[in-house]
Design a protein around this ligand. Structure first.
Ligand code: HEM
Ligand code: HEM
Length: 188
């Protein structure tokens, strides 16, 4: 990418919004999983297999997209932050972004580790297209990954709230181009 660019690249924007959509969808199917798995109604428990199978496929897709995204990010620097930002704001923005990359890896890995060590451990079918083998982990760690996956989910939600608040502050109070440069360009 050329030096002095003022927008994110089309690839970075595409990966950002596709990931955001998939993560929000997976938070919903993940949090809803309790409803399907714990239901007293056996029919509900059976239909739970559908949303949870989707949850696993989407989760592993997020892992793959994040690895591609980190590679792209290393090779392509983002546009510089606006000059009006204080040092504290820059540190907060950078910490949130790095935190997100860590969470985008930790979230699917903990899910994959959980299903590799749980009672129903086995290969995970990705959209019925191919199987991903279980990770070679001790079943004794099952509870750790189960609890960890849930806790990391809440950290993702808290980080997302902070991230969206930051984007809203730039748009509403600072009135700068931080949201616009991550937004797909409108054809004129
Ligand atoms: C779970 C959903 C989301 C995730 C995982 C996520 C993740 C990220 C990450 C990792 C970056 C840093 C990009 C870089 O490496 O420079 C970023 C940038 C950005 N995100 Fe998100 N994001 C999400 C949702 C959103 C939403 C809903 C909004 C808008 C309300 C938003 C607005 C932005 C903006 C404006 C930037 C650019 C910040 C800058 O220029 O420094 N994101 N996002
Ligand atoms: C970014 C990707 C992911 C997100 C955001 C996510 C989010 C969540 C959340 C919020 C829950 C509810 C946790 C709770 O209620 O304690 C959950 C549950 C679950 N997740 Fe994920 N997850 C992701 C990836 C994965 C992956 C890759 C797998 C497996 C391959 C997976 C398997 C599961 C299963 C089986 C449950 C139900 C756990 C139970 O028995 O209660 N998740 N997920």
């Amino acid at each position: 990418m050329a030096a002095g660019h003022s927008r994110y690249s089309t690839v970075a924007i595409g990966l950002h919004w596709l990931t955001a959509l998939l993560v929000v969808g997976n938070l919903a199917t993940g949090l809803g999983s309790g409803l399907w798995l714990d239901s007293a109604d056996p029919a509900m428990r059976t239909t739970g297999a559908g949303p949870i199978a989707l949850h696993k496929s989407v989760g592993l897709s997020i892992l793959a997209l994040t690895l591609v995204r980190i590679g792209w990010r290393v090779a392509n620097s983002p546009p510089p932050l606006p000059a009006h930002m204080t040092r504290g704001e820059v540190v907060l923005a950078r910490t949130t972004h790095i935190g997100f990359y860590v969470l985008l890896l930790a979230m699917p890995f903990s899910g994959w580790a959980m299903v590799s060590t749980g009672k129903r451990s086995g290969p995970v079918s990705v959209f019925g297209l191919f199987d991903v083998p279980p990770l070679p982990l001790s079943p004794a760690l099952g509870d750790v990954f189960h609890n960890g996956h849930g806790t990391i989910g809440w950290i993702v939600i808290a980080t997302l709230a902070l991230h969206v608040a930051g984007a809203a502050k730039h748009r509403i109070f600072d009135r700068d181009d931080v949201l616009a440069r991550m937004w797909p360009r409108r054809r004129s």
